[in-house]
Ligand binder design. Structure first.
Ligand code: SF4
Length: 206
């Protein structure tokens, strides 16, 4: 089984796609988008997990419709992620949303088979690098150049209502041991709220 380098995961969230879903943040990215908060969000020491072990964890979380995978850059670990999703789908029906800094067209023409395997498992791909100057405050993606692409019709009946008729960014703040994680694409206010929680948890002034 392949190994995955992850930052962290949550069993359930309501702010990273339709329905209740798990969320996984992989560790490491090949891009350096100015204004990226991923490193700050995922400051924890990365952990190595086997794809079958983490697949077992997600498959057993009964109240979720699927998973959202972000990072970091998921396509740097395409083979292990594809293997993980494959194992989950053998046990249950499962929807998959992935955030990537790559453009879909470039992924699609890659000759790397693991990239195609991962693409074949994805229902919604949010693609493109974050561009601070194009951050328009709209929900579910960081900047207006990023596209919400339906690679299957799994979410088609609700995508308009969910993605395009929503107008505010929601976050959840999750406290796990001493770490204060933010889930979701934050507004400026949301980002400040999370930083303030985090500073207090770390014993600094928020
Ligand atoms: S692709 Fe995403 S995680 Fe990577 S640097 Fe850009 S915003 Fe950050």
């Amino acid at each position: 089984m392949k190994e995955l380098l992850i930052s962290h995961y949550v069993d359930t969230t309501k702010v990273l796609g339709p329905y209740d879903r798990s969320a996984l943040w992989v560790h490491g990215c090949c891009f350096e988008c100015p204004g990226c908060i991923a490193k700050e969000m995922n400051q924890n020491i990365p952990q190595t997990v086997k794809s079958n072990d983490i697949a077992e964890v997600f498959a057993r979380i009964g109240n979720t419709e699927g998973i959202t995978i972000s990072g970091g850059e998921p396509f740097l670990q395409a083979e292990a992620l594809a293997e993980m999703i494959d194992l989950i789908k053998k046990k249950r029906d499962y929807g998959v949303i992935v955030y990537t800094g790559f453009l879909y067209e470039n992924l699609k023409k890659s000759s790397d088979e693991s990239i195609n395997k991962l693409l074949n498992h994805i229902d919604i791909l949010v693609d493109g690098q974050y561009k601070e100057e194009l951050d328009d405050g709209k929900p579910f993606r960081g900047s207006s150049n990023q596209r919400i692409l339906e690679l299957t019709d799994r979410y088609h009946s609700i995508i308009r209502q969910y993605y395009y008729e929503s107008n505010k960014r929601n976050i959840e703040i999750n406290i796990k041991e001493k770490n204060v994680y933010m889930i979701g694409v934050p507004s400026k206010y949301g980002l400040q709220t999370w930083k303030s929680f985090k500073a207090k948890a770390e014993g600094k002034n928020g």
